[in-house]
Design a protein around this ligand. Structure first.
Ligand SMILES: [Zn+2]
Length: 531
């Protein structure tokens, strides 16, 4: 049986940009649009041309996309003609392949928000779709508050959707704008809509206010809708939009959907998904969600020893899909609760093949247990674990030695009479026979230390140039009788590879220093640097 085509519509640049604290630059927007295009997304919504300088510029830029680039805006204002509405004119003139109109479909909103009649709202939908079609654009109509509207007045909500379809809209998109509708309600209501409008012209736009945006999107597809709108990483105001990063692998890898539907994302493109998800977090300067389904660091991680040995023998017993299908990887966590199997499998993954009865394995296991008792957490610090293992197995060169460092924090008035805190660090490093002294300034002592440490590493400098810290987490622990500080640092290199290191001490600077050192040494080991 031939598969049906399912279309994906991304609104990261429009609805996703509504997220608190998210402010995309023009370059960000172009980069995200290209990334979405590279993933095989059918429609990329760019934003509201004319609404702000960034979006206006984006629509004037040559984006070079295969995806259908879509402009978003309102239908004509009530009481005006399409020829006499400047907002609509800007939208119609925007350099876009498609136009997505937002239209009211809840009678209450028509009365209260638009302050117009139900008939005039239908006329506005009809005229706006016709005007965009006349301009040669593909047309979509987002029926705002469709599900709430349907519950209040099903006939009117359906009339709005039908008017859009009859006027020539390629897609009529049912929006759960408040995000409060549940999957079984979505399935019922979409089921009613596809009796009036063919399902291959119906889309779903779900918000995540009950944590059901993904489930609601799938429920709509089950009921007959054939376009899903969502965002990368579920970005969006309040609780977010439907997360395409979860939806795409489900459509590709779960039999019920994979057997029935084709999407424009190839198996090869699917493997780029984890990286795309992280790239967006990078742009937003956010730490990736470790527990994100499919793509999170913990999505295919396991800790207990008994599971670990079973996973190595038959991964499918503990994994619902193969991690590499989405560009993720299996992680067998090393910790004191683990055991020999975890350790051996992790060593194998790193490429340190060791015989299972090698006495150094027992030493490494003891060392991990001892250090975890002190507060180290290797399950979250893969790079520090790898260094510990390599050190015990004798494969880490002495690249450099920090002979001394000095960190100084000063609070004072600046020239403007404002009270400021400034941190300064001086580091004395011995590389080969050479002693190098570097100073660094930062907004805090750890930042200053990091800047100074990475300023000049002599012959290794070139290898750490692309290194940057992407996350820094501090926890105070009660280990034994006194409180200690655990610092976890996440780093990234120019190739986008990420790793986490750990440091523990009663002193936060010491703990940070250990984690920073591990991060640099790890990078040198990975770069194949010699002593
Ligand atoms: Zn929305």
């Amino acid at each position: 049986m031939a598969k049906e085509r399912l279309y994906l519509f991304d609104t990261t640049l429009r609805d996703g940009a509504q997220t608190n604290g998210v402010d995309f630059t023009l370059n960000d927007k172009v980069a995200i649009a290209r990334m979405l295009d590279g993933l095989g997304i059918d429609y990329v919504e760019g934003g509201y041309p004319g609404a702000n300088p960034t979006d206006t510029e984006l629509f004037a830029t040559d984006r070079g996309l295969d995806a259908t680039f879509t402009a978003f805006g309102m239908t004509r204002r009530p009481g005006r003609s399409t020829a006499n509405d400047p907002g609509l004119a800007t939208l119609l003139d925007a350099k876009a392949d498609a136009i997505c109109f937002v239209a009211k479909s809840w009678d209450y909103h028509v009365k209260v928000a638009l302050e117009t009649t139900e008939e005039e709202n239908l006329a506005s939908i009809r005229d706006s779709v016709a005007a965009a079609k006349a301009k040669g654009r593909e047309v979509l109509v987002d029926c705002e508050h469709f599900f709430d509207g349907y519950r209040a007045n099903p006939d009117y909500a359906l009339a709005c959707a039908k008017t859009a379809y009859d006027a020539g809209a390629r897609w009529v998109v049912l929006c759960d704008t408040n995000g409060g509708t549940l999957p079984h309600e979505i399935e019922n209501i979409v089921g009613a809509v596809v009796k009036v409008i063919p399902g291959d012209h119906v889309g779903i736009h779900a918000h995540n206010d009950t944590e059901h945006a993904v489930a609601n999107s799938l429920a709509a597809v089950r009921a007959g809708a054939r376009q899903i709108q969502g965002t990368l990483n579920g970005l969006g105001e309040r609780c977010g939009n439907a997360n395409l990063v979860s939806i795409i692998p489900t459509l590709k890898l779960k039999k019920e959907f994979a057997d029935r539907f084709d999407i424009n994302v190839s198996d090869h493109q699917l493997k780029a998904l984890a990286q795309a998800s992280r790239k967006l977090d990078d742009m937003l300067n956010r730490a990736p969600n470790r527990h994100a389904p499919y793509v999170g660091d913990s999505a295919f991680a396991t800790k207990a020893g008994i599971h670990a040995s079973a996973i190595l023998k038959a991964p499918q017993t503990y994994e619902h899909v193969p991690p590499d299908a989405v560009g993720n990887r299996r992680r067998v966590l090393v910790s004191d609760q683990g055991g020999r199997s975890n350790l051996l499998s992790e060593l194998e993954r790193i490429g340190l093949a060791v015989d299972r009865n090698d006495p150094r394995i027992a030493r490494l296991l003891d060392e991990v247990k001892e250090r975890e008792a002190l507060g180290y957490a290797y399950e979250g610090a893969d790079a520090s674990f790898e260094l510990l293992a390599r050190r015990i197995l004798g494969t880490v060169p002495d690249f450099f030695e920090v002979e001394q460092f000095d960190v100084n924090v000063e609070q004072r008035y600046n020239a403007l009479g404002k009270r400021v805190t400034v941190a300064m660090a001086v580091v004395k490093v011995k590389v080969g026979g050479e002693t190098l002294i570097s100073a660094g300034e930062g907004n805090g002592p750890v930042n200053a230390l990091d800047v100074a440490l990475r300023k000049d590493l002599g012959k290794y400098q070139r290898l750490i140039e692309g290194l940057k810290l992407t996350d820094y987490r501090v926890r105070i622990l009660n280990a034994g009788t006194e409180a200690v500080t655990r610092v976890l640092i996440e780093s990234e290199d120019e190739a986008g590879e990420r790793w986490t290191t750990v440091g523990v001490s009663a002193n936060i600077i010491d703990a940070s220093f250990q984690a920073l050192m591990d991060s640099i040494v790890y990078k040198l080991v990975r770069s194949g640097a010699g002593a």
